[in-house]
Design a protein around this ligand. Sequence first.
Ligand code: SAM
Ligand code: SF4
Length: 430
Amino acid sequence: MTHFLSRTRLYLATDSLDWMMNRSIKQSLSLQDAVPVSAGIDCVPDEPIETLYIHIPFCHTLCRFCSFHKVKFQESLAREYFQALRQEIRQVIAKGYRFNRVYIGGGTTTILEDELIKTIELIKSLTTIREVSCESDPIYFKEGHPELLKGLVDRMSIGVQSFDDAILKITGRFEKFGSGLQQAEYVSRAIELFPTVNVDMMYGFKMQNADTVHADLLQTMALNPDQITTYPLTIGIGKNRKKAGCLAGPAHELWPQFLAVKQALADRYVMEFPWTFSRSFGQPVQNKYVLDGEDCFGVGSGAFGRFGEQFSISSFDIADYIRLIDQVQSGTCYIKPLESKALIQHHLMIMMGHGHLDNQVFKGHTGRSLWQALPLEMSFLLASGAIVKRGDNYRTTEQGQFIALKMFVGFLTGMDYLREQARELPLTSV
Ligand SMILES: C[S@@+](CC[C@H](N)C(=O)[O-])C[C@H]1O[C@@H](n2cnc3c(N)ncnc32)[C@H](O)[C@@H]1O
Ligand code: SF4
């Protein structure tokens, strides 16, 4: 009975959270106030920016759930694109921007291996970055030459999503990337080559339940990757909702599946956030208290950047992006101001995910206590049993970890909503 009541309380809380987040995403992430910029942005900070994000917007075929920015691969356009991308990177570095890390995401980053290698080599010749992360699909480790990326890529993140052939078939990934067994073999090859390997897995599909998710994660763990990221299927609030929504299971199935993920990984992986797990090396993972959020500079078509209280958006039209690089040497074409409330809510998600809401740390960054800055959010979290008081601070409960996960889905939904509007923005004149 107590179990039933606490589950009902959790479902009531997450249903109302979904409703509130969808409303606030539409208000705070609307691009109606986005401002066109004709020659990019120029505000070089004294300190290095944490991440340079590079987007590669090409895929051979498109997966049914994915709303990331990508088009079908055409070799000549992609080669022209990589050239423009390197031109933009040279310009950004010449302006004085410095970065700690590089993250190359897609799309399919490895779609033209030689171009990718040239791009990473260029960055390494011009900067002293600490780490290069790169996304990839699994088939690259069968059909490509990943050994050529050895020494260039420090962290390889491979999208598997599921080892279950039924899930791979309904998402359109079985024909493209092979069966679950074959993909496991490709991941093993990657693990031999790169210092750090992450595997992306997904749950919340209609053919999944807690048992199949548990089995999927056990199979992932057997490969021994350094990190496992577990994404709940996000269906967005715009056009993609219909396409991805057909694949989604009932919303209330997500809680037992989240518990199944945790249980499967508990012995050998440490939960860093309710959506990322790292291999336990017998020492506690150092918890970096990321209250500020990290600044990020985006290059390439469809890339976003964030500095303090503004988003920068690069042209989503690939031909337009190439034209902008040629004419004004910057792909950034719009700036969107961000409300400080949205940033504070993002901090709240990060703190909830870490498991600890520290009033002093929060006050040090925002000048206000948690209750002064976020009275409605704090009342909601306490009433729903997501946090409990510990002295002056709060600790996240297991239900609270799930609420943090739902907030993360809200964050992914917001990014989806931004991408959808950005595709419709008028091209800027030079
Ligand atoms: C955009 S993909 C790029 C990686 C590579 N192209 C691949 O498919 O393996 C990066 C990751 O985003 C996640 N992703 C994509 N669409 C998603 C969605 N609708 N909901 C949740 N996660 C999603 C997947 O886990 C995927 O591995
Ligand atoms: S999930 Fe990866 S391969 Fe599939 S469409 Fe998205 S970016 Fe391309």
